[in-house]
Design a binder for this molecule. Structure first.
Ligand code: PMV
Length: 328
């Protein structure tokens, strides 16, 4: 065991297929250059102290939580980190106290994968601390235990993209396929800055599916076919077609009830700015949209998003997933 370790994992945008992925359909997801970094060190006692750049911190002793900053609500934010760290220790047959520091440049609760990247980088940092070697697949599985605290039926898409990086065609419980994309994939994200709860939105979709199964089941399969086609056009570097498919996907997501006024406003603004296509990304309800753009049009798209009241983020694809290192 070493004294200190750290890991960093990227956030993501889902280009097509969120929500439908929970029902076994494929989704297309891309890692972006926004990161969560986690630092860990051993403690002399058995407690797990966690501090986050979100301004919350506290100590878990067994299942009891003692807040330091952020009151008892801090427990909800920090608990998935504890679950991820303990999942690693359980799998290695270890039990130690830890100090964990989480710093993020990914806006929280916005659909850009901050909780997935936090769980993945926690798992990787704790694995490094114990000088263990785990496969990428095990990192995904252990970090998905933390996501189960966030909602009971996670597809694992966020953990997978934060672990592997690049662009993935992802299907729950199936082999992941890495896409080699020759073209750049210029995107502009628009943040409504309205925080939302992934678990609640996934549950609202379940209720709607149960109420209108005959209407919505075919929509789920259509969304799956949309992603298959999106993967195909992206492999060929046909961004115009990908943009059109993203527009259709936004309409599908509206049909299952996860868009909102603010998201629709930003989607329309991005299209006005010359985007090839735009849609909400992640669970919806608030959070972000992703617009596909030509390289030279990104500023114009960002300007329209900003004029419509959103916060634009020009982000880049990153090919590296999680990585960890020893801290001196
Ligand atoms: O947590 P978010 O907003 O990135 O959403 C994840 C994607 C969902 O399909 C809505 C949920 C899941 O587990 O796949």
């Amino acid at each position: 065991m070493i004294l200190k370790a750290a890991a960093s994992a990227p956030g993501k945008v889902i280009l097509t297929g969120e929500h439908f992925v929970v029902y076994g359909e494929p989704a297309l997801v891309m890692a972006i250059n926004r990161y969560v970094e986690v630092n860990v060190e051993e403690r002399k006692d058995n407690a797990i102290y966690i501090s986050s750049s979100l301004g919350v911190s506290g100590t878990f002793v067994g299942d009891r939580f003692r807040p330091v900053r952020g009151g008892t609500l801090a427990s909800n934010i920090l608990k998935p980190i504890k679950i991820a760290a303990e999942a690693v220790m359980n799998s290695l047959g270890e039990r130690r106290g830890l100090n964990i520091k989480v710093s993020s440049t990914i806006p929280v609760a916005s659909g850009l994968g901050s909780s997935g990247a936090s769980a993945v980088s926690t798992v990787a940092a704790v694995v490094k601390l114990f000088e263990a070697n785990l496969t990428e697949e095990s990192i995904v599985n252990l970090s998905t235990e933390a996501e189960r605290y966030v909602h009971i039926n996670p597809s694992g898409i966020d953990q997978s993209i934060s672990t592997y990086g690049g662009v993935l065609s992802f299907k729950k419980g199936k082999d992941i396929s890495h896409l080699r994309v020759r073209s750049t994939i210029p995107i502009v994200i628009g943040n409504t800055c309205i925080e939302r709860n992934t678990g609640k939105l996934v549950d609202n979709v379940r209720v709607r599916m149960e109420r209108f199964p005959n209407v919505l089941k075919p929509l789920i399969s259509a969304a799956g076919r949309l992603t298959v086609q999106a993967v195909d056009v992206l492999r060929r570097g046909d961004l115009d077609m990908l943009g059109l498919l993203m527009d259709i996907d936004h309409a599908f997501l509206s049909a299952i009830g996860v868009s909102s006024d603010a998201l629709d406003r930003l989607v329309h603004a991005a299209r006005r700015g010359g985007a090839l296509g735009a849609k909400l990304t992640g669970a919806g309800g608030g959070g972000c949209i992703v617009a596909l753009s030509r390289l030279d049009d990104r500023e114009a798209v960002a300007k329209q998003i900003s004029e419509a009241g959103g916060t634009p983020i020009i982000a880049e694809k990153v090919d590296q997933g999680v990585h960890s290192w020893k801290v001196k």
